[in-house]
Design a protein around this ligand. Structure first.
Ligand code: MG
Length: 398
């Protein structure tokens, strides 16, 4: 029986994850669930699954939460420390890291430190602290499995080539996949695919929030519209798979059927295809190396299907270029880009920035930052806080 802690269980990844677990009840059970503020929904999940723990991370809600909406078998805890505590508990063997943004870093870090299997949906952890997280995982034996659909696709495709276990004592492992020429991440292109830079000048919040293929939370939906999401995924892929930044490419694929592919040195391209549904990559991360019959839909090969691919427009979507640059540069730049973007998206959602200003503000903050090639975790958190403040101060030139 796999004992799973689902961090961020009321979000888009978390609810999909609980559906996967529901479909595999003979194999897995949720022992811990956590939410930031949505305690009523967390209570419902507690009544359905009777986990050992439920955590509300926002401590200011402690006096408001009605304990009677939770199962009597569930112990209710408060605060981010409680998330770290259950992520590291010896009763838990698998942690699903589904908390959005840099807020997900602490719980994920605790799980990696405790040597768990970590199904990682929180891309910010690797964007902010990739080298530190990967090094820690190597030390503790934690298994990092991707949940992001693109990275799950890459992970599956990589199994067609040789995998070289890095020799002990080396922290760098540039040849973990000696047969790989490059990894190509697919991008749906979001709601503004095909728009020119000019056409993006005055797009509205409502239009940016309407994603054509994926139904996700507001932050990641905006990231998808700016293509910052893909930028973060490029950085995530670099650290997760130990690639050089020139081995990662992006291609626009509006149907979101091909989730990514790997090109090998002999010219073969191996891709992973399935309908756009997060439950499949979540399930694979939980059952790996096994595959199990699940609840995700299958492709219907009786229907005519067209799959298109086009190179991305870096002029209209400069966020993507920022991601490629940061993947190349490493160090503190991932933490700065991620924090700047989170703060800029919040300003956009508050009608305080225009859509095209999100990448502009991020670029200005990246350029102004005091680059550190080998920051510690606490230094990264300082860079994160600094970048958020800089975004608040950033003034539009338009
Ligand atoms: Mg993705």
């Amino acid at each position: 029986m796999r004992q799973i802690a689902v961090l961020g269980s009321t979000g888009s990844i978390g609810t999909s994850c609980l559906e996967v677990i529901e479909g595999q009840r003979d194999q897995m059970s949720p022992v811990g669930i956590t939410a930031h503020r949505r305690w009523e929904m967390l209570g419902k999940q507690s009544k359905t699954f009777a986990p050992r723990w439920a955590v509300v991370s926002d401590t200011s809600l402690q006096s408001q939460v009605d304990r009677s909406v939770f199962s009597s078998e569930t112990e209710l805890l408060f605060g981010p420390e409680a998330i770290e505590q259950i992520a590291a508990d010896s009763e838990v063997d698998t942690v699903v890291s589904g908390i959005v943004g840099a807020a997900g870093l602490r719980g994920t870090w605790a799980a990696v430190e405790a040597g768990k299997r970590v199904a990682i949906a929180n891309k910010e952890t690797l964007v902010v602290a990739g080298p530190l997280v990967m090094e820690l995982a190597k030390k503790t034996g934690a298994e990092l499995l991707p949940v992001d659909s693109e990275h799950s696709a890459v992970f599956q495709a990589l199994q067609s080539g040789r995998v070289e276990v890095p020799t002990n004592g080396t922290t760098e492992s540039p040849c973990r996949y000696p047969d790989v020429k490059r990894v190509v991440l697919t991008a749906s292109g979001g709601p503004f695919r095909g728009y020119s830079r000019d056409q993006l000048q005055n797009v509205t919040k409502e239009a940016a929030l309407a994603h054509p293929t994926w139904d996700m939370g507001p932050k990641i939906t905006i990231d998808s519209a700016t293509m910052m999401n893909k930028a973060l995924e490029v950085i995530e892929a670099k650290w997760l798979f130990g690639l050089r930044s020139d081995q990662i490419d992006v291609v626009v694929h509006p149907q979101s059927i091909v989730h990514s592919f790997v090109e090998f040195i002999d010219g073969s391209v191996i891709a992973q295809l399935s309908p756009p549904d997060m439950r499949l990559p979540i399930q694979y991360a939980l059952t790996y190396p096994e595959r199990r019959t699940g609840i995700s839909p299958c492709l219907d090969w009786k229907q005519t299907m067209q799959l298109e691919f086009a190179p991305p427009d870096l002029e209209a979507f400069p966020a993507l270029q920022l991601g490629l640059d940061v993947a190349c540069r490493g160090g503190s730049s991932g933490a700065v880009l991620n924090a700047a973007n989170e703060a800029a998206v919040a300003r956009f959602l508050a009608d305080d920035l225009k859509f095209i200003e999100i990448p502009e503000a991020c670029q200005a903050v990246l350029e102004a930052h005091n680059f550190d090639p080998q920051p510690s975790l606490s230094e990264l958190l300082q860079h994160d806080a600094w970048a958020r403040e800089e975004i608040q101060k950033w003034k539009s030139l338009h």
